[in-house]
Design a protein around this ligand. Structure first.
Ligand code: NFS
Length: 631
């Protein structure tokens, strides 16, 4: 094994960013740092969740002199309402994205670009959902299963079909607490209704709806998103990729795909392999077409095609600042509207593709299911035509990039565990060896590190510090979203990074031939983590709340993250946050989310913006669970 001296430090990543900001200044434009500075000190009412803009009698703010809004809502009602609204918005984003995937599956056919790539997964799901599979055309099965999936959004009775996948103990808790997630759309609507002026002001009631809404995401929208994306585009497999801005190529047409929709990016990747497109690119003087990704769209295509990652959330502007991007092509979520103005300073074309994310000043090409491949080629041609417009004296591609081994859905993890032979019991197809390793203390526990970057904390730094500290302490990491991309950029997702681990983790990585951080996908794939944790609990014979396994979002910023945190906790997994949710203006809310909710669901939040404190809290939490288990 090559010696691992290949880490990219956060300081090195920052040095590249500083140079790119100088270019922004030179072309007389701004970036997120400038805007964050211009915002000045954060509004203390908004930060504490005690500004209410729900009705138009206000806005109302809570002060010592005015402890209630016009309607009488107090700080606790205001903070809890806005928290629930964040959960609802996050749930709707993940779930609506899945709805699109289901519409595509309904239209999939062997002679369209939409094919069923993982037939076995579809058949397994059909059987799970009671759909006949014998002697039937796979596409017909797909349509029927897609219909059942679509019903999960609007069913009038019953609850999310995937709830039956949860451990019996969790199902019991949810049933007893009236938390079984009903139709996804209904949970979102109920959340909005409850928070409309003149409805709920009770913190506990609002939080309970928060858990149920979040569960309709984790065990509904997101879980279906993962399943159906695998069915349509293939279950990811282990592969090599690279990450950071150094993946942009100076002599190729650079197209950055950014957002979350795996269907759109799949078409772009397909179009980039099209011979006519490649010939056309060469005819314009380019050596080829280089697709790279940002945010979760990047995670989707890297896991299935090895497409390289240009950067994470807060690097979207940096990519344009390199002057080497012919096109920034976006679908939905986490897209800065600032890209319009920024792209105008360069030759970069900024293209939106979804009616959900329309941005003023962008070129809009609607990706329709029926014409998506043609749409992709149309957009790609536009990017190729733009290649000769690149101003060579404006090109500054940082050299920094790292290699990574990625693509660890459950199937791959099990596959690796199966390579270990146990002379006593047959553990094939189970997490047995992982459970044994945790019980023996070879691995102390596991952490799912997820979420975004956020200018409120030093970008990448918290992720990096926490990851390294956990590995040193023999704690296995699974990662998704932009958090996983920080691991890629710094080099921690290489197999060689096992040299940074404690002796136990190193042995496990050696034995399984895995990197110490397993890349499990996009944020929607946090549903894979849910299933991993629940299966481990079931096979171990304990409850999820007892496992030395926790979730962590060191640098989160989006409403989706609030939904994710809440479905994790409702599944019995403690969550550690590096950014505080905007509720501290209510001591009642703070007490509920960090403490009291444990009585209902068995898990709660721990919050610290200092990564070293947070990681210490996490390790203490894991060790406390071990002690309670007697291991
Ligand atoms: Ni998750 Fe993905 Fe990144 Fe945050 Fe945005 S890309 S869905 S929300 S910023 S991790």
């Amino acid at each position: 094994m090559k010696h691992f001296d290949a880490i990219t430090t956060v300081e090195e990543i920052e040095a590249d960013a500083v140079k790119l900001k100088e270019i922004a200044r030179a072309v007389n434009t701004e970036t997120w740092e400038d805007r964050a500075n211009a915002q000045g000190a954060r509004c203390k009412f908004g930060d504490g969740g005690v500004c209410c803009r729900i009705c138009h009698m206000g806005p109302c703010r809570i002060t010592p002199k005015a402890p209630r809004g016009v309607c009488g809502a107090d700080a606790h009602a205001m903070a809890a309402r806005s928290y629930l609204r964040a959960i609802a918005a996050g749930t709707s984003s993940h779930s609506d994205h899945t709805r699109e995937i289901l519409f595509i599956l309904r239209q999939a056919s062997p002679d369209s670009p939409w094919k069923i790539r993982d037939e076995q997964k579809l058949i397994n799901l059909a059987k799970e959902w009671g759909v006949a599979t014998e002697n039937r055309d796979i596409y017909e099965i797909g349509r029927e299963v897609a219909e059942i999936g679509l019903q999960q959004f609007g069913k009038t009775d019953g609850h999310q079909i995937f709830v039956s996948r949860a451990p019996a103990e969790r199902q019991k808790v949810w049933a007893e607490q009236d938390m079984l997630p009903r139709a996804i759309d209904r949970e979102v609507v109920t959340a909005l209704h409850m928070t409309h002026m003149g409805n709920s002001s009770d913190v506990e009631a609002l939080l309970r709806q928060g858990f149920r809404t979040a569960l309709s995401n984790g065990w509904g929208g997101s879980m279906m998103g993962t399943e159906f994306t695998d069915i349509l585009f293939g279950t990811p497999t282990v592969r090599q990729t690279e990450g950071n801005l150094g993946c942009l190529e100076k002599d190729m047409v650079n197209i950055v795909v950014h957002g979350h929709d795996p269907a759109f990016s799949e078409m772009m990747v397909m179009a980039s392999h099209d011979k006519d497109m490649l010939d056309y690119a060469r005819s314009k003087g380019a050596k080829g077409i280089n697709i790279t990704g940002i945010c979760c769209t990047a995670n989707e295509v890297t896991m299935r095609h090895g497409v390289r990652i240009a950067g994470s959330f807060l690097q979207q502007e940096d990519a344009v600042l390199t002057g080497a991007v012919e096109m920034m092509c976006v679908d939905v979520q986490c897209i800065f509207p600032s890209l319009t103005q920024l792209c105008e300073c360069f030759h970069t074309k900024f293209v939106t593709t979804s009616p959900i994310a329309r941005i003023t000043g962008a070129i809009h090409v609607n990706f329709e299911i029926a014409t998506a491949f043609e749409n992709a080629k149309e957009v790609m041609k536009m990017a190729i035509d733009n290649f000769p417009n690149r101003k060579q004296d404006m090109v500054n591609i940082p050299a920094t990039k790292q290699e990574a081994t990625i693509g660890y859905p459950l199937e791959q993890i099990i596959g690796h565990l199966d390579t270990i032979t146990n002379s006593h019991v047959d553990t094939k197809g189970s997490y047995g060896p992982a459970i044994d390793a945790i019980k023996a203390g070879v691995i102390r526990g596991a952490v799912g590190i997820v979420g975004c970057n956020n200018p409120r904390v030093r970008p990448d730094y918290s992720h990096f510090e926490i990851m390294r500290e956990l590995l040193k302490n023999d704690i296995l990491i699974v990662a998704t979203g932009c958090a996983a991309q920080v691991g890629i950029k710094t080099g921690l997702l290489q197999r060689e990074a096992r040299q940074l681990c404690g002796a136990g983790m190193r042995r496990v990585c050696d034995l399984l031939n895995i990197p110490p951080i397993l890349h499990m996908g996009a944020c929607i794939d946090n549903s894979r983590i849910l299933r991993l944790v629940c299966s481990i609990a079931e096979q171990w014979g304990v409850n999820t709340t007892q496992l030395p396994i926790v979730g962590c979002a060191p640098e989160w910023m989006s409403e989706k993250a609030v939904s994710i945190a809440n479905y994790c906790m409702a599944t019995g997994i403690d969550v550690y946050l590096g950014v505080e949710p905007q509720v501290h203006g209510s001591d009642v809310m703070m007490d509920w989310i960090t403490n009291k909710q444990r009585d209902i669901i068995g898990a709660a939040l721990t919050i610290s913006s200092d990564p070293h404190t947070l990681v210490k809290n996490m390790i203490d939490g894991i060790e406390a669970k071990r002690t309670a288990l007697g291991i």
